[in-house]
Design a binder for this molecule. Structure first.
Ligand SMILES: Nc1ncnc2c1ncn2[C@@H]1O[C@H](COP(=O)(O)OP(=O)(O)OP(=O)(O)O)[C@@H](O)[C@H]1O
Ligand SMILES: [Mg+2]
Length: 290
């Protein structure tokens, strides 16, 4: 090849790179690949910790999730509302690897394809999930439950030999304080109130320091006071963790929400502040019209 042709080729590539840079605000997908990337580390330089595109899943021909598009920013506390059967829990099943979608993309940061991972791997990557019913070990103390949360990935033998190191001890103390159970550390979990059991389970998730927490109806069955304390707890978690919270309790949503996403028939019906979505005719219709 002549030096002239080489020069022309180089100029074409340079022009293409310039164009890519301006295609999106963040510099296009190529910008992500231009940085060194550590395997398993969540790359949030594109401003998204979770990204779902055109995700669908059917159960016996019924589309529970239908072309769902949704993304969440790092440190965001996103509220998800929607009528019964809208697909909220199914969406969490897909993110956590419990259900495989028929089509679509699910990314954790811009480089980790969650569909290439199974449930335990996804938990290991830093996505914690809280189901509605508390699942603490009732016979064990609050302390033992939190300690156990650090051992889940160890074999039985290693678990028996397990001792908290000082960093883990500090983490446990911090979590105890966060979940307001510092004064109950030696109590048996079975003797806690329903709300306290829920907090303990959230504490068990926090022991793993998850980057993203998915919480499905966390205040169901709580007293008003417990609900108010849970709102404070979630507000204290945002920023350090990203949270996706599904709830039917609108006073709770009002207390914690920034952006609210309304799901209906497996896709996003509306998104905005709680006031905005509550004033949306389509939202009013799905809540009241059927
Ligand atoms: N494993 C499954 N097999 C068959 N159908 C399912 C399965 N999981 C969910 N569905 C159906 O998918 C639809 C969405 O259910 P999903 O539990 O996600 O709704 P939801 O928004 O969480 O509702 P709720 O507010 O009542 O918890 C429902 O019609 C449900 O019956
Ligand atoms: Mg549900």
């Amino acid at each position: 090849m002549t030096p002239d042709l080489l020069e022309q080729g180089a100029q074409r590539v340079a022009a293409r790179m310039e164009k890519l840079k301006t295609e999106t605000e963040s510099g296009g997908r190529s910008a992500g690949y231009a940085r060194p990337h550590v395997a398993g580390e969540v790359d949030v330089t594109h401003g998204r910790i979770l990204y779902l595109e055109d995700v669908s899943v059917s159960f016996d021909g019924f589309k529970a999730i239908n072309k769902l598009n949704l993304d969440i920013a790092p440190g965001e506390l996103r509220c998800i509302i929607g009528p019964n059967g809208a697909g909220k829990t199914t969406m969490m099943d897909i993110i956590t690897g419990k259900t495989r979608p028929d089509e679509g993309q699910v990314y954790f940061g811009s480089t980790i394809d969650l569909l290439a991972h199974n449930e335990p791997e996804i938990a290991q990557l830093g996505i914690g999930r809280k189901f509605q019913k508390p699942t603490v070990f009732e016979q064990l103390t609050v302390f033992e439950n939190l300690e156990l949360a650090l051992k889940t990935d160890k074999g039985v033998k290693r678990s028996m030999l397990f001792r908290l190191d000082s960093a883990q001890g500090d983490r446990l103390a911090e979590v105890l304080h966060t979940i307001h159970l510092g004064a109950s550390v030696t109590r048996q979990a079975g003797n806690l109130s329903h709300g306290q059991k829920q907090w303990l389970e959230i504490g068990m998730l926090l022991m793993q320091d998850p980057k993203l927490l998915l919480l499905d109806e966390p205040v169901a069955g709580m007293t008003d006071e417990e609900t108010a304390r849970t709102a404070e707890l979630f507000l204290s978690l945002k920023g350090r963790h990203s949270l996706m919270v599904v709830e039917h309790d609108m006073s709770f949503i009002r207390a914690i929400s920034e952006i609210v996403t309304v799901l209906c028939d497996g896709s996003v019906l509306a998104q905005g502040t709680l006031d905005e979505v509550q004033a949306d005719e389509r939202v009013i219709e799905v809540y009241l019209g059927r």
